[in-house]
Ligand binder design. Structure first.
Ligand code: PLP
Length: 435
């Protein structure tokens, strides 16, 4: 019988390239804590968290037990047909950690679904047709979510979504002219960009919502000044537009608070949450106040699998682990420690540009030293070498030029040291290769 590694070698025959060809596609047999166990018998330190999902670490013993316990009772729960404790208890507990009056939930299975729900809720309740999003943001790939996603044009090629949205630029403090305060620059520019849009393309009365990633994720881990997010809130309030935060990636402790909304002290009207909320089980939610949600009548949206009872039970256990193990605090403390260590790497290698972080959401620019431009080819080589050393990173940025470092929030300072030492070795090898 073929071993599965033979299947791996021929996966192009079975899996669509759009599914099978991402980087690095490490063949693994097991995951535990902050590690993957490779099919090659090696242990790999994971600085990806399965793309910001395994915030409690992989296969936390309490999560494994919670899955077993829940499966002993209920496996499928089409809400509406039946109702069960975990979905109600989870809603109550999530309402306690979410900002403002965000305490009413529509559950789905993926981040994309949570975004679809957010867009539909905004359009339905405002009776306005259009949405504004920010250039470079990623919100998912279904036709609705794609309608506001502009991180890469290849996502939209030959499938430009028909529902109209408008884009304005994301905050870029690097554009500020010398001598101009960068925060004032991006805030003024934002006001100006909204003005231009409203003057020339769409009236604010036609805009249902503004959707934004409070930290640009796939687009390159760009952290905007909080004043910029406050200005978006102000413009939304001025024109009766709803503010949607896509917290699919920033949520659940990643930025050093439960949600980026708290990190930046801005409360949206609608939030999309997913990824880390159920420690790897598929669960997401569109969240709004009860007042807004109750305007969305039965039948205007629905789901078969959303809010699965096992996933809801596991989300409750995830909350428990966060509290018991102080993962929010760990995100802040260990995140700051990681940045300190990375800054020493930055001074050693001229291909490492800016290092930026909020909590354990860390972006490391890989640049072409002479021009300072992002260098996606160099990044790929460096990450391959890092993988040989035994540490797994992911990437982001329009050219794939930013190392995305998102370890589980259970990570220790010692494990950070291990991973950064391996990155150091990889950079040393890469530098030698260039000689
Ligand atoms: N929004 C953001 C900010 C994301 O990072 C992602 C996925 O990476 C999505 C939406 C889509 O989530 P999913 O892949 O679970 O559909």
């Amino acid at each position: 019988m073929e071993s599965w590694i033979d299947l791996y070698d021929n996966m192009g025959n079975f899996l669509a390239p759009s599914m099978a060809k991402d980087h690095p596609n490490l063949p693994v047999v097991k995951e535990e804590g902050c590690y993957y166990y490779g099919a090659d018998g090696k242990k790999y330190l994971d600085f990806t968290s399965g793309i910001a999902v395994a915030n409690t670490g992989h296969r936390h013993p309490k999560i494994v037990q919670s899955i077993k316990d829940a499966a002993d009772q209920l496996i499928h729960g089409p809400s509406g047909v039946i109702m069960y404790e975990s979905i109600l208890e989870l809603s109550k507990q999530l309402g306690e950690i979410l900002p403002g009056d965000l305490d009413c939930f529509f559950y789905g299975n993926s981040g994309t679904e949570a975004i679809e729900g957010a867009l539909k809720l905004a359009k339905f309740t405002t009776e306005r047709p259009y949405v504004i999003s920010f250039t470079g943001c990623f919100h998912g790939r279904s036709m609705g979510a794609l309608g506001v996603t502009t991180s890469k044009s290849k996502y939209r090629k030959f499938m430009q979504p028909s529902h109209l949205s408008y884009q304005i630029p994301y905050a870029n403090v690097k554009e500020a002219p010398v001598g101009v305060d960068p925060v004032k620059y991006v805030v003024d520019k934002l006001e100006h960009d909204f003005d231009l849009l409203f003057k020339h393309q769409v009236t604010p009365e036609e805009v249902a919502a503004v959707i934004v990633e409070p930290v640009l994720g796939e687009g390159g881990y760009v952290i905007p000044p909080k004043e910029w997010l406050h200005k978006i809130r102000e413009v939304c309030d001025r024109h009766g537009m709803l503010l949607i935060f896509d917290e699919v990636q920033t949520g659940f402790g990643r930025t050093g608070e439960w949600f980026a909304a708290q990190t930046f002290d801005v409360t949206p009207d609608i939030m999309a949450i997913a990824k880390g909320i159920a420690s790897g089980l598929p669960l997401s939610a569109t969240v709004a106040s009860h007042n807004l949600m109750e305007k969305w009548p039965i039948g205007s949206h629905g789901t078969t699998f959303g809010g699965n009872p096992i996933a809801c039970s596991v989300a409750l256990t995830t909350l428990e682990i966060f509290k018991e193990e102080n993962l929010i605090e760990n995100s802040k403390v260990v995140g700051a420690y990681a940045v300190e260590q990375l800054k020493t790497i930055q001074t050693k290698y001229d291909c490492i540009g800016e290092v930026r972080a909020t909590g354990l959401m860390i972006g490391i620019d890989v640049i072409e030293p002479k021009t300072g431009h992002g260098d996606g080819d160099a990044l790929k080589r460096i990450l391959d070498l890092a993988l040989e050393e035994g540490v797994l990173f992911y990437l982001c940025g329009n050219e794939g030029e930013v190392i995305r470092m998102i370890p589980p929030l259970t990570i220790t300072k010692e494990q950070i040291d291990d991973g950064i030492n391996m990155l150091d070795q990889a950079l040393q090898k890469y530098t030698n290769e260039l000689k």
